[in-house]
Design a binder for this molecule. Structure first.
Ligand SMILES: CC(C)(COP(=O)(O)OP(=O)(O)OC[C@H]1O[C@@H](n2cnc3c(N)ncnc32)[C@H](O)[C@@H]1OP(=O)(O)O)[C@@H](O)C(=O)NCCC(=O)NCCS
Length: 187
């Protein structure tokens, strides 16, 4: 169902998305561990070398589509789409590698300008028009209003409200949301 070869770069509003280089990731690392960024992430502070290695390895993984978002040559955000199996009976295989997990981050210095929405829109477009996925989902803490606003602006549906299902290091058990969208809903 999916192809390892994806056309890059892709435009995302004023941004250009392309697979990361080591230099790009060094730019991401300037802001990646900032408290404003880590506050609502599951993977909070990252080890710089492990982060670089994981993102560079993802470039050659046919099920990982990772991109940095550049504005006039400056890395202001990242996007990711991980392809995985959906749910299905073992009599068929339509569900294999049919779903994607969406992720996005924006440098706090560039937040509030619609960039996360631009990045997420481009990754959904990749998922449905190029990879032919059936469904894309993403999760977030319920308190991460900026994140779920991005998903709602793009027409994603809140499919799950998990009551105190998500552990937060400072806040303890708090609510989480899962959003989803189907290929036929993406126009
Ligand atoms: C959350 C994040 C992705 C938003 O990026 P962004 O580029 O500012 O997002 P956008 O500008 O595209 O859209 C954000 C929307 O949320 C709204 N918003 C942001 N914070 C809000 C808040 N605290 N309360 C209400 N609305 C809020 C914005 O007004 C905007 O909506 P609008 O266009 O209707 O006005 C970014 O802040 C980020 O990377 N945070 C840290 C990492 C993270 O949480 N990633 C998501 C993990 S699930």
């Amino acid at each position: 169902m999916t192809s390892a070869t994806v056309a890059w770069p892709r435009s995302a509003g004023p941004l250009e998305l392309r697979p990361p280089t080591r230099d790009d990731l060094d730019q991401v690392l300037v802001w990646r561990n900032h408290p404003e960024v880590t506050r609502w992430l599951l993977r909070t502070t990252v080890d710089p070398e492990a982060f670089r290695t994981a993102w560079l390895d993802s470039v050659d993984d046919p099920d990982q589509h990772t991109a940095v978002a550049l504005l006039d040559g400056l890395v202001v955000g990242t996007g990711s789409l991980s392809v995985r199996d959906g749910i299905g009976q073992f009599d068929g295989d339509a569900w294999r590698r049919a779903e994607g997990d969406l992720g996005y981050l924006v440098d706090p210095a560039h937040a509030g300008k619609g960039y996360a929405t631009d990045i997420a829109r481009a990754m959904l477009d990749l998922a449905f028009t190029e990879l032919g996925l059936h469904r894309v989902t993403a999760g977030c803490f319920a308190d991460n209003v900026g994140s779920w606003r991005v998903m709602e602006k793009l027409g994603m549906r809140r499919e799950q409200h998990g009551v105190r299902d998500s552990w937060h290091a400072e806040l303890g058990w708090i609510d989480g949301f899962t959003y989803g969208i189907l290929a036929e809903e993406w126009t």
